[in-house]
Design a protein around this ligand. Structure first.
Ligand SMILES: [Zn+2]
Length: 146
Protein backbone atom coordinates (compact mmCIF):
# COMPACT_ATOMS: atom_id res chain seq x y z
CA UNK A 1 0.00 0.00 0.00
CA UNK A 2 1.68 3.18 -1.19
CA UNK A 3 1.82 6.14 1.13
CA UNK A 4 -0.18 8.92 -0.57
CA UNK A 5 2.35 11.50 0.64
CA UNK A 6 5.74 10.06 -0.20
CA UNK A 7 4.71 6.89 -2.14
CA UNK A 8 6.75 4.71 0.14
CA UNK A 9 5.51 1.11 -0.03
CA UNK A 10 5.77 0.27 3.62
CA UNK A 11 3.39 1.27 6.34
CA UNK A 12 2.19 -0.16 9.59
CA UNK A 13 -1.41 -0.60 10.63
CA UNK A 14 -2.23 1.41 13.72
CA UNK A 15 -5.93 0.68 13.87
CA UNK A 16 -8.30 -1.70 12.13
CA UNK A 17 -12.06 -1.90 12.19
CA UNK A 18 -15.00 -2.96 10.12
CA UNK A 19 -17.00 -0.33 8.32
CA UNK A 20 -19.74 -0.44 5.67
CA UNK A 21 -17.11 0.25 3.01
CA UNK A 22 -15.05 -2.72 4.02
CA UNK A 23 -12.24 -3.14 6.49
CA UNK A 24 -10.89 0.24 7.44
CA UNK A 25 -7.24 0.47 8.35
CA UNK A 26 -5.40 3.42 9.77
CA UNK A 27 -1.82 3.26 8.62
CA UNK A 28 1.33 5.08 9.39
CA UNK A 29 3.98 5.43 6.73
CA UNK A 30 7.25 3.95 7.94
CA UNK A 31 9.21 6.57 6.08
CA UNK A 32 7.49 9.95 6.46
CA UNK A 33 5.38 8.91 9.48
CA UNK A 34 2.27 10.50 8.06
CA UNK A 35 -1.00 8.74 8.63
CA UNK A 36 -3.58 7.66 6.10
CA UNK A 37 -6.61 5.38 5.83
CA UNK A 38 -7.23 2.45 3.51
CA UNK A 39 -10.32 0.40 2.87
CA UNK A 40 -10.27 -3.22 1.90
CA UNK A 41 -13.22 -3.46 -0.41
CA UNK A 42 -15.41 -6.43 0.20
CA UNK A 43 -16.80 -6.43 -3.26
CA UNK A 44 -18.31 -9.87 -3.26
CA UNK A 45 -21.54 -10.90 -4.83
CA UNK A 46 -24.00 -12.43 -2.51
CA UNK A 47 -25.63 -15.72 -3.28
CA UNK A 48 -28.35 -17.89 -1.86
CA UNK A 49 -28.44 -21.34 -0.39
CA UNK A 50 -31.40 -23.51 -1.26
CA UNK A 51 -32.15 -25.70 1.70
CA UNK A 52 -33.53 -29.22 1.58
CA UNK A 53 -37.02 -27.98 2.34
CA UNK A 54 -36.79 -25.56 -0.56
CA UNK A 55 -36.20 -22.48 1.57
CA UNK A 56 -33.92 -19.85 0.16
CA UNK A 57 -31.41 -18.31 2.50
CA UNK A 58 -28.72 -15.77 1.92
CA UNK A 59 -25.27 -17.33 2.21
CA UNK A 60 -23.63 -16.29 5.43
CA UNK A 61 -20.12 -17.31 6.23
CA UNK A 62 -21.02 -17.08 9.90
CA UNK A 63 -23.42 -19.99 9.59
CA UNK A 64 -20.93 -22.11 7.72
CA UNK A 65 -18.37 -21.39 10.41
CA UNK A 66 -20.79 -22.28 13.21
CA UNK A 67 -21.62 -25.67 11.75
CA UNK A 68 -18.03 -26.54 11.07
CA UNK A 69 -16.64 -25.32 14.36
CA UNK A 70 -19.21 -27.34 16.21
CA UNK A 71 -18.00 -30.47 14.48
CA UNK A 72 -14.43 -29.73 15.53
CA UNK A 73 -15.25 -28.96 19.15
CA UNK A 74 -12.51 -30.32 21.43
CA UNK A 75 -10.77 -32.00 18.54
CA UNK A 76 -7.00 -31.61 18.31
CA UNK A 77 -7.07 -29.72 15.05
CA UNK A 78 -5.43 -26.28 14.94
CA UNK A 79 -7.82 -23.42 14.38
CA UNK A 80 -5.73 -22.14 11.46
CA UNK A 81 -6.35 -25.39 9.61
CA UNK A 82 -10.07 -25.13 10.19
CA UNK A 83 -10.13 -21.48 9.10
CA UNK A 84 -8.16 -22.33 6.01
CA UNK A 85 -10.62 -25.06 5.18
CA UNK A 86 -13.57 -22.72 5.63
CA UNK A 87 -11.91 -20.20 3.32
CA UNK A 88 -11.42 -22.88 0.72
CA UNK A 89 -15.04 -23.95 0.88
CA UNK A 90 -16.24 -20.37 0.56
CA UNK A 91 -13.87 -19.76 -2.33
CA UNK A 92 -15.07 -22.87 -4.15
CA UNK A 93 -18.67 -21.84 -3.71
CA UNK A 94 -18.00 -18.34 -4.99
CA UNK A 95 -16.04 -19.64 -7.95
CA UNK A 96 -19.17 -21.33 -9.16
CA UNK A 97 -20.49 -17.85 -9.78
CA UNK A 98 -24.05 -18.93 -9.20
CA UNK A 99 -26.84 -16.97 -7.62
CA UNK A 100 -28.25 -20.04 -5.95
CA UNK A 101 -26.50 -23.12 -4.64
CA UNK A 102 -28.11 -26.20 -3.18
CA UNK A 103 -27.26 -26.85 0.42
CA UNK A 104 -26.32 -30.39 -0.61
CA UNK A 105 -23.48 -28.99 -2.72
CA UNK A 106 -22.22 -27.03 0.26
CA UNK A 107 -22.51 -30.10 2.46
CA UNK A 108 -20.55 -32.26 0.05
CA UNK A 109 -17.75 -29.73 -0.17
CA UNK A 110 -17.53 -29.40 3.57
CA UNK A 111 -17.67 -33.12 4.22
CA UNK A 112 -14.88 -33.86 1.79
CA UNK A 113 -12.67 -31.26 3.42
CA UNK A 114 -13.45 -32.30 6.99
CA UNK A 115 -12.72 -35.91 6.13
CA UNK A 116 -9.16 -34.96 5.29
CA UNK A 117 -8.66 -33.21 8.61
CA UNK A 118 -10.37 -35.31 11.24
CA UNK A 119 -12.54 -38.41 11.16
CA UNK A 120 -14.41 -37.64 14.36
CA UNK A 121 -15.33 -34.15 13.18
CA UNK A 122 -16.35 -35.71 9.92
CA UNK A 123 -18.74 -38.14 11.56
CA UNK A 124 -20.18 -35.35 13.70
CA UNK A 125 -20.76 -33.11 10.72
CA UNK A 126 -22.14 -35.94 8.62
CA UNK A 127 -24.54 -37.00 11.35
CA UNK A 128 -26.10 -33.55 11.38
CA UNK A 129 -25.84 -32.90 7.72
CA UNK A 130 -26.97 -36.31 6.48
CA UNK A 131 -29.52 -36.40 9.27
CA UNK A 132 -28.54 -39.79 10.69
CA UNK A 133 -31.57 -41.45 12.18
CA UNK A 134 -30.01 -44.34 14.01
CA UNK A 135 -26.84 -46.24 14.75
CA UNK A 136 -26.95 -48.02 11.40
CA UNK A 137 -26.29 -44.76 9.62
CA UNK A 138 -23.27 -44.12 11.81
CA UNK A 139 -21.93 -47.61 11.24
CA UNK A 140 -22.29 -47.31 7.52
CA UNK A 141 -20.38 -44.04 7.45
CA UNK A 142 -17.68 -45.33 9.82
CA UNK A 143 -17.24 -48.48 7.76
CA UNK A 144 -16.68 -46.34 4.72
CA UNK A 145 -14.04 -44.37 6.58
CA UNK A 146 -12.21 -47.55 7.53
ZN1 LIG B 1 5.09 8.47 3.51
Amino acid sequence: MDCPYCLNLYSKVTNKRKSPEGIRRRRECLKCKKRFTTYEKVNRDEFYIIKKNGQREKFERKKLVQGIEKAFEKRPVPKEKIDKMINEVEEQLRKKGKKEINSSVVGEFVMKKIKKLDNVAYIRFASVYLDFQDIKDFKKEINELE
